[in-house]
Write a protein that binds this ligand. Structure first.
Ligand code: FAD
Length: 456
């Protein structure tokens, strides 16, 4: 690492949170180095869809979505998370979201008003899609870093924090040591580190063998490990985002195609198969951790993918017929035989399929009210059954505990660890909702930069 004199602020990890921290610390007058393990900056942020959840923004107004506010957003967030979230942190998130969107816009990131959408159950659209996805956000922040004079040490994996008398005073990367007035940890999540997943995400232990993450290979939980080594408190046990997969392709498919019939181990449907992944995946875990997607030959012939932005995925005729021919997908000439092959109760599965087919004919899903236009009958042999398990983990939610000023708290006494800050996915018990991960990374990264620059 360059700069033997050290820096006012060293940021560990150059994803969305780290770059935002670096820009704002530099804007506040600090000398700043970003140490990034990868050959280039970006992290998961650059691979993401770039959806940014915020309320009361100028972009919303430009899109004709008037009347939203941080206060309404805060109430909504607490309600949908059943208050199982830190109010002081949610408050900062909601209060500073509009300013963060404005700040990114001024740095050159575009949020086209025509792209704004409703993420989940919001009354008003709040999901701001960055032009160019997450890579567009990273590009804007990276050029801002250049403008304000942030230094970079690329290909530098920080391995340890340097602590003296309970104060964090620098970082080590192998044998190199660098002094820092303040250190901001922004190393992202740990979904690629199966040891940490097994330890902190107990519900994933059953699927560890097939678990994959689209996050960069450098996201190994180093920040969490380094924080723990200096006595940091943690939060968010068993929090992670998982997506269903049969392991046939590596594409991310957040939402299943509407022509599938998903049943649990009892042979019954348990959900509208097109439900948002924040509903579908936890519900699948509650229903035993596997759902069987049933469809017929007609559906297989017509399969054109799930419409994911991250690739065509496995729901195409080519992938399905190839997997069926290779024995990776069980098929059968009738539903009872398919049920036996899948280990499901044959009579119940037959009842489920009969009722679904009757609903298709009547034009209404009488159990879950799935959009009838997306339903197709399951009546033409051979029949297919694909076991899906929550094995794709883009995001982890266990991590370091911070206060609303991003100061990492000590496990021993719940007081700030002097000199240490954290933002983004390395933080535990984060705001955890579609589009809120990138937003929280940028909002708290930006705040961490300001606070660390003032404190150093
Ligand atoms: C495919 C995909 C799509 C997603 N889509 C969305 C979306 O649309 N909206 C949303 O809100 N969220 C989305 N998410 C989640 C979101 O992208 C992440 O939670 C968020 O970007 C994390 O930002 P971060 O800055 O904390 O970490 P990252 O962006 O992952 O950056 C962490 C950086 O730290 C570096 N690093 C790690 N260890 C070290 C070390 N020891 N020393 C130095 N550097 C280190 C890594 O190399 C990496 O560059 C998506 C995630 C994925 C994987």
């Amino acid at each position: 690492m360059a700069g033997s004199e050290g820096y006012d602020v060293v940021v560990v990890g150059g994803g969305g949170a780290g770059l935002a921290a670096a820009v704002s610390a530099c804007e506040a007058g600090a000398s700043v180095l970003v140490a990034e393990a990868g050959a280039q900056v970006g992290g998961s942020t650059a691979l993401s869809g770039g959806a940014f959840l915020a309320a009361g923004t100028a972009v919303q107004k430009a899109a004709g979505c008037e009347g939203d506010s941080a206060a309404e957003f805060y109430d909504y967030f607490l309600a949908v998370n059943r208050w199982d979230i830190e109010p002081s942190i949610v408050r900062r998130y909601c209060d500073e979201g509009a300013a963060a969107v404005q700040w990114l816009t001024e740095l050159g990131v575009e949020f086209p008003p025509g792209e704004i959408a409703r993420g989940e159950l919001e009354r008003i659209p709040r999901l701001h899609r960055a032009a160019g996805g997450g890579a567009g956000i990273v590009a804007g922040l990276r050029s801002a870093c250049n403008r304000v004079g942030v230094d970079f040490a690329l290909g530098t994996r920080v391995t340890e924090l340097v602590e003296r008398d309970g104060v964090v005073v620098g970082v080590r990367a192998g044998d190199d040591e660098l002094a820092a007035g303040s250190v901001i940890l922004t190393t992202g999540g740990f979904a690629n580190n199966h040891e940490l997943v097994a330890e902190h995400i107990p519900s994933a232990r059953a699927v560890l063998d097939g678990l994959r993450s689209p996050a960069p290979g450098t996201n190994l939980g180093d920040g969490l490990r380094m924080g723990l080594a200096v006595g940091a408190a943690t939060a968010g046990t068993d929090r992670a985002q998982v997506l269903l997969s049969a392991g046939l392709t590596s594409d991310i498919e957040p939402v299943l195609p509407g022509w599938l019939i998903c049943v649990d181990a009892t042979g019954r449907r348990f959900v509208d198969e097109t439900a948002h992944y924040h509903v579908m995946n936890p519900l699948t875990l509650e229903h035993g951790g596997t759902t069987w997607a049933i469809f017929d030959e007609n559906a297989c012939q017509e399969a054109r993918g799930s419409g994911s932005r991250f690739g065509a995925g496995m729901w195409t005729h080519e992938v399905l017929s190839h997997a069926a021919a290779g024995g990776q997908i069980p098929t059968a000439p009738d539903i009872p035989t398919l049920a036996t092959r899948l280990g499901l109760p044959a009579a119940v599965l037959q009842t489920t399929i009969d009722r679904y087919n009757a609903d298709c004919a009547a034009g209404q899903d009488t159990l879950f009210f799935k959009d009838a236009a997306r339903m197709v009958p399951c009546a033409t042999a051979p029949f297919y059954g694909v076991p899906l398990r929550p094995t794709i983990m883009p995001v982890t939610g266990f991590g370091l505990r911070i206060d609303s000023d991003t100061r990492v708290l000590r496990a021993a006494d719940n007081r700030p660890l002097t000199g240490l800050y954290a933002a983004g996915e390395v933080v535990g018990r984060r705001i955890f909702s579609g589009g809120a991960m990138i937003a929280a990374g940028v909002i708290f990264g930006r705040h961490a930069g300001r606070v660390a620059a003032a404190d150093h």
